[in-house]
Design a protein around this ligand. Structure first.
Ligand code: NI
Length: 137
């Protein structure tokens, strides 16, 4: 890490903080500040694709409760409106209740953003993650 260090104070819900503390102990961190720095860096790395322009490629991974009312239908309907950017979709039945959807995408960042926003607003999703990179022109 380079540059000047900035001190900051943030309010964090107790439950999240205790899970964070336990995890950084398991991971072997000796400094909580260092763990925060890594967490912020990871946040930047995973989300900076939204500021890219042009074409991007990557994937969205969604975990959801398929017993939740219409969640499966909604996720499918949304994908059918974005045929131009979806390369492939893999559906994994995780448990009796939960499913995982892995959607491979490539295309204009603005269209991918719109798709991501629609997918992430579907009720019944328990987790959504993304990994994107810009496509060289
Ligand atoms: Ni399933």
């Amino acid at each position: 890490m380079t540059g000047k260090v900035v001190k900051t104070g943030v309010a964090v819900p107790e439950g999240i903080m205790s899970e964070f503390q336990e995890l950084i102990k398991t991971l072997g961190y000796r400094s909580r500040s260092r763990a925060f720095q890594d967490a912020i860096q990871l946040f930047i790395t995973s989300n900076k694709w939204v500021r890219l322009s042009g074409r991007i490629a990557g994937c969205v991974v969604i975990t959801y409760d398929h017993e939740e009312h219409e969640v499966e239908e909604k996720l499918t309907d949304i994908q059918h409106n974005f045929l131009d950017v979806i390369s492939a979709t893999m559906h994994i039945h995780l448990t009796k209740k939960y499913c995982m959807l892995i959607i491979a995408l490539r295309g204009d960042v603005e269209v991918v953003k719109k798709l991501y926003n629609e997918l992430s607003s579907v009720r019944g999703i328990t987790n959504i993650q993304s990994a994107f990179t810009s496509v060289p022109t």
